[in-house]
Design a protein around this ligand. Structure first.
Ligand code: IFM
Length: 456
């Protein structure tokens, strides 16, 4: 029996500009922090970069045709800031940059697909980085101007806007661990960056609303349900710390609760902050961040099973991979139930009125067999279990209105380069040929007639 979704529920796919567009020097685009980072030896696996990626900048008609055949009703993509404002400082936008997104939006609408725009999916103009980037408060103003330019240009046709993708990743992978661009390793800067991402979201929302009457505006957070490995106090404490670090540090201020006290104390104890005074916080910031949104976007991939170590450096957290679980090429545990749990938590603990799963998917390397077919059964199982979890949450009253599979195409997976394939469509990175995988056909059927919990 197939489980069907409420009328109006959207099934879509998601991508981001740097991961698929390529054409880094076409149409007047300026350099971004990811151009710099990926061309710095040792930063990205195999020295991969997004210079060509999927060449979506030139091949977008083919990609829209793939979306149309798939049958999605919505497509989430991001705007490359340095295509529109090559240095971030121009007083007028780059017409060729805007024209690219103009054509894309028109073609999506023509195909009957609703465009969902993400404003920031990590490709900051390098010039703005040189002026301090996200750790510097001046970035807020720049982001608001970028949001203004793009929403004025596309707002007559785009109704759904996501200010930021995954503030935790921008702040922590970019500035705490340095695994992502701009590659900074500085905990104080990481916290400042996180604050300015949230603040710029709050400041941009009214600007987008003013430019786009009736706009639906949200932000996308990556959430990772944290589960203790045992009932011990030490595991419970490590789990609470981790939840504060990755989930509540972003959710609480967005819901008007300010930064969580227990995590502020942990930040002091772990040496992120000298005192509980947050040096980047100014009067009115928390009100700005808690601006009313129309929806919360969540990206969910896996949960974290946490063991607190008795000794070692704070936060004394060890991640364990349950032996009996399936896991992806990233070693992320496949756990559809945790998607259900986090959806319920947003509904009951935070009272969210509309949730959209803006990304969910898995990395598996399956490629064409001798007959040319791509039997990526593990991806189908992953998608099936997570879509069933969404259905269960809706049945229990969670206001979930959409699901976007990550990703339409295999693409540039950041620090992992092209080694991790998340696509429903295989991309040959030599020839740029696209070839739908079995999961693409499975997803098409699910979109058309609901999810079969036993299907493969
Ligand atoms: O590829 C990324 C995407 O850019 C942001 N969310 C997670 C995906 C998989 O790692």
């Amino acid at each position: 029996m197939r489980l069907t979704f409420p009328p109006g529920f959207r099934f879509g796919t998601a991508t981001s500009s740097y991961q698929i567009e390529g054409a880094i020097e076409e149409g007047g685009r300026g350099p971004s922090i990811w151009d710099t980072f990926s061309h710095t030896p040792g930063k990205v696996l195999n020295g991969d970069h997004g210079d060509i990626a999927c060449d979506h900048y030139n091949r977008w008609p083919e990609d829209i045709a793939l979306l149309k055949t798939l049958g999605v009703s919505a497509y989430r993509f991001s705007i490359a800031w340095p295509r529109v404002l090559p240095t971030g400082l121009e007083s007028t936008p780059n017409p060729a940059g805007l024209a690219f997104y103009d054509r894309l939006v028109d073609a999506l609408l023509e195909a009957g697909i609703e465009p969902w725009v993400t404003l920031y999916h990590w490709d900051l103009p390098q010039t703005l980085q040189d002026q301090g980037g996200w750790p510097d408060r001046s970035i807020v103003e720049h982001f608001v101007r970028f949001s203004d330019v793009v929403s004025r240009a596309l707002g007559d046709r785009v109704g759904h806007w996501i200010t930021h993708n995954e503030p935790w990743v921008v702040a922590m992978l970019g500035h705490e661990t340095g695994a992502h661009a701009p590659g900074i390793v500085d905990k104080g800067k990481a916290l400042a960056a996180a604050h300015h991402v949230l603040l710029s979201h709050g400041a941009a929302v009214p600007v987008i609303r003013a430019n786009v009457p009736g706009a639906k505006v949200g932000i996308t957070v990556n959430l990772c349900p944290a589960v203790p490995a045992s009932p011990s106090d030490i595991d419970a404490e490590a789990t609470r710390r981790y939840d504060g670090y990755i989930n509540r540090w972003y959710l609480d201020p967005l819901y008007g609760r300010g930064y969580p006290e227990d995590r502020i104390a942990a930040h002091v104890e772990e040496g992120w902050l000298e005192s509980p005074e947050l040096p980047f916080l100014q009067d009115g910031d928390l009100e700005t961040i808690a601006v009313e949104r129309d929806f919360l976007g969540i990206n969910y991939y896996s949960r974290a099973v946490i063991r607190g170590a008795e000794d070692g450096n704070l936060p004394r957290t060890v991640f364990t991979l349950p032996k009996a679980s399936m896991h992806t090429d990233f070693d992320w545990e496949v756990q559809g139930n945790s998607l259900y749990d986090i959806l319920c938590r947003l509904h009951t603990d935070y009272g969210e009125k509309e949730i959209v799963v803006t990304e969910n998917g898995c990395a598996y390397s399956d490629g064409p067999d001798e007959s040319g077919c791509i039997a990526d059964t593990r991806r189908t199982v992953y998608l099936r279990d997570h879509i069933v979890a969404c259905h269960r949450a809706i049945e229990e009253g969670v206001p979930l209105t959409g699901y976007f599979a990550w990703s339409l195409l295999d693409n540039f997976e950041w620090a992992e380069g092209y080694s991790k394939r998340f696509g429903l469509v295989w991309v040959d990175f030599e020839t740029l040929e696209r070839r739908p995988k079995d999961s693409y056909f499975w997803y098409a059927k699910t979109i058309a007639s609901g999810v079969d919990p036993w299907s493969l």
